[in-house]
Design a binder for this molecule. Structure first.
Ligand code: ADP
Length: 423
């Protein structure tokens, strides 16, 4: 199959989110973790490459993004999408602008748009300013983000500091008038030499208008919400076709296990709910693991009846996490937990587990690496932005659900398993 749309995402769970939005249109979507080392073969209609570039220096991000672009072009991609966070995580030294400008240069393109809006999740853009719920980005909790503190909400200003070519705005008055007017505006801006256009969007309907106006563009940048109507349009115009059979092959055979290293508020509730519903649980104690290793949990895992629901978790309330971090150091504590959960995953696979639900963005990255997973086929969505994904061939297939932070409802783990049973 020749790929039509090639996507580059600046982090792993962002890529999963994007892939699941694209898969809503019912087309084949494949997620690659990092730029594949081998030449493209049997690629999907839509290929998403997950990079880890969100917080790295611009020159490194540019290099990696260009290498992803090269692979996607080799896969046959005709259209390209650069995906970043709906909170536009980047400062004046940020890499969204430089990466975009480098990709445009490589593709020979002189204009693109920027639209991180995700109205379903409360991210909207009005007069070039990004809002999180009712707050300006610079007044939201993002203002104190440890890596990318967002002190300015104005995307035109933020972007102008990052790029060499000029930046403009297609505001909501334009977008609200429909795709044709927006198209005209983009042409007018292009005549004025504007290469980077921030586009307002406050509702789903705006994203549909933007997708319609920009369907013919070869390179678009934005959040995952904009990609969704685009995929739908590519399908409607026959550029890609519906084919969602790949993940129907999965057989829910022996063994599902939940591994949770997320300490986000929602994950804490989800772990509690799963245990209350009767899951057999093992709580990891990072301090004990630092002192005595992880033999205890591996032995426990070996004794389990895999017809039951099993969960291993390090998830804990913030005050407990703080105590652990004070004792072990923040990074060290994180590493010990990630390594421990990774070894549990490898052991579970050895015993025969086929289905893994993993909670935590960093945790997901560590576990997929330990399981040697470099590519995932995107399947049915469990919660917005969290799909079941599949790895391996028909007779030796694993199902993985990678859930970051606050995604999903309280009964997410139960819901995920029931979705899998009913495929
Ligand atoms: P989220 O997506 O919710 O942010 P992550 O997996 O990205 O979850 O991050 C959670 C981090 O916290 C991981 O590095 C994990 O190893 C670490 N962690 C998990 N449980 C504990 C704990 N009990 N004590 C200290 N650190 C922990």
């Amino acid at each position: 199959m020749v790929t039509f749309l090639g996507c580059i995402a600046d982090d792993f769970t962002g890529a999963t989110d994007l892939a699941s939005m694209l898969a809503r249109s019912g087309v084949n979507v494949s997620l690659r973790i990092g730029v594949p080392r081998t030449e493209p073969k049997n690629t999907a209609d839509i290929e998403v490459i997950a990079l880890k570039t969100r917080s790295i220096p611009a020159s490194d991000a540019v290099k990696e993004s260009l290498s992803a672009l090269k692979w996607l072009k080799q896969a046959g991609a005709k259209k390209f999408f650069l995906k970043y966070c709906s909170t536009f995580d980047s400062t004046s030294k940020g890499n969204i602008g430089p990466v975009s400008e480098a990709l445009m240069g490589q593709l020979g393109i002189n204009q693109t748009i920027y639209c991180p809006a995700f109205p379903e999740n409360g991210r909207s853009i009005f007069m070039g300013n990004l809002f999180v719920g009712q707050k300006l980005l610079s007044e939201s909790s993002m203002k104190d983000h440890p890596l990318t503190p967002m002190k300015d909400s104005n995307l035109v200003r933020l972007l102008s500091a990052q790029v060499t070519n000029s930046v403009g705005l297609a505001d909501h008055m334009i977008v609200n008038n429909g795709a044709d007017i927006l198209k005209e505006k983009l042409i007018a801006l292009k005549k004025d030499g504007v290469a980077h256009v921030v586009v307002d969007a406050v509702a789903e309907k705006d994203l549909e208008i933007i997708a319609n106006a920009c369907e013919d563009m070869d390179f678009i940048t934005g959040g995952s919400a904009l990609a969704m109507p685009l995929a739908e349009l590519y399908k409607l115009s026959g550029k890609i076709s519906e084919n969602n059979n790949i993940y129907r092959n999965h057989e829910l055979t022996f063994g599902s296990v939940v591994l949770s290293g997320s300490c986000s508020e929602m994950t804490i509730l989800q772990v509690k709910d799963f245990i209350e519903r009767g899951a057999v649980a093992f709580q990891l104690d990072p301090i004990d693991m630092a002192e005595n290793g992880i033999k205890k949990v591996l032995d426990w895992l070996t004794e389990q009846d895999f017809t039951k629901n099993i969960i291993i978790y390090a998830t804990a309330d913030p005050n407990i996490v703080r105590t652990v971090q004070d004792r072990l150091g923040v990074e060290n504590a994180g590493r010990i937990v990630e390594q421990g959960l990774s070894e549990c995953a490898v052991k579970a696979k050895e015993i025969g587990a086929k289905n893994f639900i993993i909670a935590g963005g960093e945790t997901s990255g560590a576990i997929t690496k330990a399981l040697n997973i470099s590519q995932l086929d995107i399947g049915i969505e469990i919660a917005p932005g969290v799909p079941w994904t599949f790895f391996g061939t028909k007779n030796n297939q694993m199902a993985l659900s990678l859930k970051s932070g606050n995604f999903g409802k309280v009964d997410f783990f139960t819901e995920a398993l029931s979705k899998l049973e009913n495929l």
